[in-house]
Write a protein that binds this ligand. Structure first.
Ligand code: DGJ
Length: 714
């Protein structure tokens, strides 16, 4: 490549006109610590010349030339997986993209660089969007594909992002599992060929694998060392990450909607916009990458990301479907007694022809069951108001049971094959949200409830069935549109809810952690990571999600799963998330109840640090018999440290835990708080330097025991 003609730094708006020669022009996209360099080649194509640490001397970027084509297309010289595959109406499946222009503008917290490429033969246009967030060192990439020709085209593959790496070795960590066993990390080296992490479950898309990954570049990433790319797709549906190592040992990472059964035709002039791929690169391991994403998410992505969260009492595990009005009224009283902010009524409150007494019927009929709730939801919101707690309600609006009035009336709204037996997952079927009439109906569920009962303060939005036996009456002519149109239909409904009820908090739930993605979290204040609330399992599950999601969005409830674990152990695990209870208070001893009440108070005072501070994963539950996590306030004047002994061995050697993220020059008062018997813990003082270099003993050889420490700057 020739010497650099122009050097363009993101920050000033630049619009280059199409008739100039752009060869060797550079686009530099930077954050406080990262730099990405894209260069136009002599042939007019755009190359990724660099993605790594920001260079101190801007002139050095001129030395970075060449690289791999930034958004590789099908049908040309490349031998490997393309980011884009367009089928033209003449049967030609090739696309060639040349640089046309780019534009840089300011967005809150950073810049957006939009690069336009086009095919000189067919006129197709591709717009690559890169949002770069300075302080958080987060990039958000998406792509628009425009049919700029005169005939319709078909897009077969349409990635949100393609990134290139050239290192001796690559190590991929994926987070996969099952219902109640979500986010188990598995790390594997990548060699020649492809590894795909994908899903085609549609609605409950993340049931088996989470939409995020960590990629150790050169070596497996550690908590505090190693180069690592952490990426996640913001899409509440089928996703695919494709990692392909080529014959020269170069790696391409292609992220986007799963192209499986999702070919789309684009009319002349039509645009297809992909979802966002969100990523950060750290040279200091997974911990820093997580904190980058947590900060970014709270500031720029999650609904009410900087706002407070409500503690709650949920009735699901206390009652399942077996309740009536009196029972619920007494539970609202228990929520008050416990001191939580809200009572949440879960499944089982609706339907009359086929009352929802179990999961076999009723979904779709959203009127209160008259003999369970003779005075309706209004009686419950009134009681909650009287008691001074908020009222939340469970819904599963995208689904229908075949035993329901909705199904009897609108079988045409159901996703199911017309000429085969129906297949049920949890006795239910998915409604066809591609259909605008179904979108109206689903919006109407929330809207009607809110209109009738404006005191509803929260929804838990569940989604228990994946899409199977795929067929849409609405998409009759083009079934391949359904997976994508479904998600867009869902967003349409959620946009309407957000517009009409902008301050309504909602939990994203999907039979446990079946939906855990950042686009969903634009509409939901929090998510339900797993139905597994065994506190030992939760140490692992919450550890897994914390790689990408802040504590603030991870609901964690105290239940009776694992009765071997003390109430304190269960509460302490749940305090490392958005605390809730899903337990019958009468099952607790007076001492346990008084400990829970004290814990709610403790949590309320610690919440700003736990939910909005920096999370440091100190001792991994994967590494042995203990686990520890600390949350440090942004100004470093407070730290909450949680320590757990799971199943220690007899006379095991215990190691002190070294803190992270403190002010080394400050003195901290360290006190064990939240003790079961309410007694005060011993107070000691240490410098931040000592706490981080030497550490303190926080573990014991007691099975299933836990402690919470508060560190306060003196
Ligand atoms: C699945 C959810 O994950 C649970 O928390 C509960 O709401 C049930 N559905 C209710 O059917």
């Amino acid at each position: 490549m020739k010497s650099i003609k122009k050097y363009l730094v993101a920050g000033c708006a630049i619009l280059a006109s199409a008739q100039l020669s752009f060869a060797n022009e550079q686009i530099v996209i930077q954050t406080d610590s990262l730099g990405m360099v894209l260069t136009v080649g002599d042939n007019g194509r755009l190359y990724q010349s660099y993605f790594g640490k920001r260079l101190v001397n801007p002139a050095d970027y001129a030395n970075l030339t060449g690289g791999t084509e930034v958004y590789l297309t099908n049908g040309m010289e490349d031998y490997f997986e393309p980011a884009l595959h367009i089928n033209h109406s003449d049967g030609n499946a090739s696309t060639l993209l040349k640089y046309r222009n780019h534009k840089v503008s300011s967005i809150p917290g950073g810049k957006e660089t939009v690069i336009t490429l086009s095919d000189p033969v067919y006129g197709d246009e591709v717009r690559l969007r890169y949002k770069s967030y300075d302080k958080e060192n987060v990039f958000v990439s998406s792509t628009e594909i425009i049919n700029g020709g005169n005939k319709p085209v078909e897009i077969e593959k349409y990635a949100s992002s393609m990134l290139h790496f050239d290192a001796p070795e690559y190590y991929l960590t994926e987070y996969s599992g099952e219902w109640a066993a979500e986010v188990k990390p598995h790390t594997q080296p990548l060699y020649y060929g492809k590894k795909e992490v994908d899903t085609k479950l549609g609605t409950r898309a993340n049931m088996f694998v989470s939409p995020f990954f960590q990629l150790g570049i050169g070596a497996p990433a550690q908590e505090d060392s190693g180069d690592v790319l952490v990426g996640t797709l913001a899409w509440t549906g089928n996703f695919r990450f494709c990692f392909e190592v080529d014959n020269r040992g170069k790696l391409r990472v292609i992220s986007g909607i799963n192209p499986y059964f999702s070919r789309r035709s684009l009319k002349k002039g039509e645009t297809f916009a992909t979802p966002d791929f969100i990523y950060t690169l750290s040279s200091r391991g997974n911990g820093e990458a997580s904190r980058n994403l947590h900060d970014w998410a709270r500031r720029y992505q999650v609904k009410d990301g900087l706002g407070d969260r409500m503690t709650l009492l949920n009735n699901w595990e206390a009652t399942y479907f077996d309740f009536n009005q009196d029972k619920l009224i007494s539970l609202i009283g228990e929520a008050k007694e416990l001191g939580v902010d809200m009572f949440l009524l879960d499944d089982g409150w609706f339907a009359n022809k086929y009352p929802r007494h179990s999961d076999t019927q009723g979904l779709g009929d959203w009127d209160e069951t008259a003999d369970k709730l003779p005075d309706g939801i209004g009686r419950l919101t009134a009681e909650a108001k009287k008691q001074g707690v908020k009222f939340g309600l469970w819904i599963e609006p995208e689904m229908v049971n075949p035993k329901s009035e909705l199904y009897e009336k609108h079988k045409d709204w159901v996703i199911t094959l017309p000429n085969r037996d129906e297949y049920y997952f949890r006795n239910q079927l998915v409604l066809d949200l591609a259909n605008p009439k179904v979108q109206d109906y689903v919006f109407g569920i929330v809207d009607n409830l809110m209109t009738k009962y404006p005191d509803i303060a929260f929804f838990k939005w569940d989604c228990n069935s994946p899409i199977t036996n795929i067929w849409s009456n609405y998409e009759k002519q083009d079934q391949q549109r359904l997976y994508v149109d479904y998600v867009r239909g869902l967003y349409n409904v959620l946009d309407r809810i957000a517009a009409k009820y902008p301050d309504l908090p909602m939990m994203l739930c999907s039979g446990g952690g079946g939906r855990t993605d950042y686009e969903g979290l634009r509409y939901f204040t929090e998510m339900w990571p797993s139905d597994n609330t065994d506190p030992v399992e939760r140490l692992f599950i919450q550890w897994g999600y914390s790689q990408v999601f802040p504590t603030k969005v991870q609901c964690a409830h105290v239940t009776t799963w694992n009765r071997d674990a003390s109430v304190k152990f269960r509460v302490n695990t749940a305090m490392m998330g958005k605390l809730g209870f899903d337990i019958n208070l009468h099952d607790l001893s007076p001492e346990e109840l008084s400990y829970c009440k004290q814990s709610v108070k403790d949590y309320n005072s610690l919440k700003p640090v736990i939910l909005d501070g920096d999370q440091y994963r100190l001792v991994s539950p994967h590494s042995g018999n203990h686990a520890a996590t600390a949350f440090v306030s942004k100004n470093r004047d407070k730290c909450v440290l949680f320590a757990f002994d799971v199943y220690p061995r007899y006379d095991e050697k215990l190691t002190d835990v070294r803190l992270k993220g403190l002010d080394p020059s400050a003195i901290y008062r360290v006190e064990e708080i939240n003790r079961f018997d309410g007694s005060k813990g011993e107070v000691k003082t240490y410098s931040g330097d000592y706490l981080m270099k030497v550490g303190i003993p926080v573990f014991s050889t007691g099975k299933l025991s836990s402690r919470v420490y508060l560190l306060t700057k003196v």
